[in-house]
Design a binder for this molecule. Structure first.
Ligand code: AMW
Length: 144
């Protein structure tokens, strides 16, 4: 599976439908930060078909429930950075889902700075595959 030009290890994937994939983040902005994308490499929201859009929102509903259960949270930030000027760094449409916890940021909108920081690759910031697999396994168990 590809996330733009990046190969996504099957172990990272926690949700897979004919049109949409859900996978755990290589550099999460907060613990439990995951992504949903169309399986087809499509750049923008406007490029998705009606079937992809429908499946994406249905998957976000399932993933949201699983994230809340796994992480014991009652709130999520759900966002799409749709285009370069909106902060999109990976040219493949993706929805971010981030578990939110009391006091995680001084101001609520700092979550967007954290997403931006996590999106700039820097040495040592990436997680191990084992770590990502464990998180994806736990989500899969809840979903299946
Ligand atoms: W964007 O700034 O395009 O809205 O967000 C890109 C996201 O993709 C970031 O959260 C970043 O950590 C994540 N990411 C980049 N490469 C990978 C990868 N190989 N596997 C999982 N997540 C990735």
């Amino acid at each position: 599976m590809f996330f733009s030009q990046f190969v996504i290890d099957p172990g990272q994937v926690f949700l897979l439908t004919p049109l949409v994939m859900g996978f755990v983040n290589l550099r999460p902005a907060v613990p439990g930060h995951v992504l949903l994308s169309p399986r087809r490499v499509a750049l923008r929201l406007k490029d998705l078909t009606a079937a992809e859009l429908t499946e994406l929102i249905l998957c976000s509903h399932r993933a949201a429930r699983a994230l809340e259960e796994l992480h014991g949270v009652s709130s999520l930030s759900i966002t799409i950075q749709d285009g370069l000027l909106a902060g999109q760094t990976v040219p493949h449409l993706h929805m971010h889902l981030l578990p939110r916890r009391a006091g995680d940021f001084g101001h609520n909108d700092q979550v967007y700075d954290a997403i931006d920081r996590s999106s700039s690759p820097h040495p040592g910031a990436a997680r191990t595959l084992d770590d990502m697999r464990a998180e994806a396994d736990a989500l899969r168990q809840i979903l299946n």
